[in-house]
Design a protein. Sequence first.
Length: 359
Amino acid sequence: MSGPGKLVPALQNRSFLCLLALVTVAFGWIVWPMMSAILWGVALAIVFQPLYRRLLRKTKRPGLSSGLTILVILLLVVLPLTYVMGALVREAAVVFEMVKSGQFDFNTYVSQIYGALPSWVVDLLERLGLHDLSNVQEKLGSALNQGSQFMATKALGFGQDTFDFLVSFFVMLYLLYFLLRDGEQLSMRIRDALPLQDSYKRQLGEKFRTVIRATVKGNIAVAAFQGALGGMAFWVLGIHAPVLWAVLMAFLSLLPAVGAALVWAPVAIYLLSTGHVGSGIGLIVFGTVVIGLVDNLLRPLLVGKDTKMPDYVVLLSTLGGMAVFGINGFVIGPLIAAMFIAVWDIVAAERRYPVGDSH
């Protein structure tokens, strides 16, 4: 029979757990507006940690090494990205005005493609019940017009929200400095606070770092390279707004089984249908051989084969993450999916070999 002496500690434990949950939720609520800055600060700290350690071995000064690492990030990542974003906003503004004024109408391009279709393709469409091309053309053209306006509006919105972006950017740099300098001690404190076995902490921590590195260092680098190649091809062929299409191709390259072909393939079809056979064939060859092979060549080098989740898991988690968290979802989504798989792997291992089992 339990007495008052045993009830008091139990009540204190429950009260402390309630207090812990309350202050944790409150703290998360407070820092949520800066979640993007925190996310990218943590991601960049994990990706550039090897560079920081290399500089630390030479300088022997943590603060100086952290500052030099941030300087490298600014020169190699931020400045080129700033230039690209400036060009993107300018081109998006031009495209938006052209679409709004009717000068840039996808219905016209769709009509040209349909007009250039050979007779056997028209017969095939009629057998498939797609003979009402005008209806298909209207729907496709409307969808493409809305998509182009959405892209242009988002790009213009980014330019108009410059102040919020700059605040988040400087918060990210400020946080990144301390994460690089004190990241090891901070991670040790988090590991010590987690009520898990040491083996579980190591496994989950390694999975967290692996997915962050794979997403930022691998997926973003590959996507940027594919977008740059596609934009260069569009610029050579004289396609309007090459930077805008390059950014779209880079964005789509983040999604497995989709890729940049959703942009360059329709353009190639249009070029072929309007009599620019050489340009169309050249774009198809370049897109298939060069852009398409970048993923197969670079991703294993930057990420490693053993760290890649199944493509269908990456696709679902990326799309779902972006639907919930916006642009940051392409990092958060796969991270949550990877942690989900890791936790259930631990559960499965425990059921096979419970604690205390001789195995």
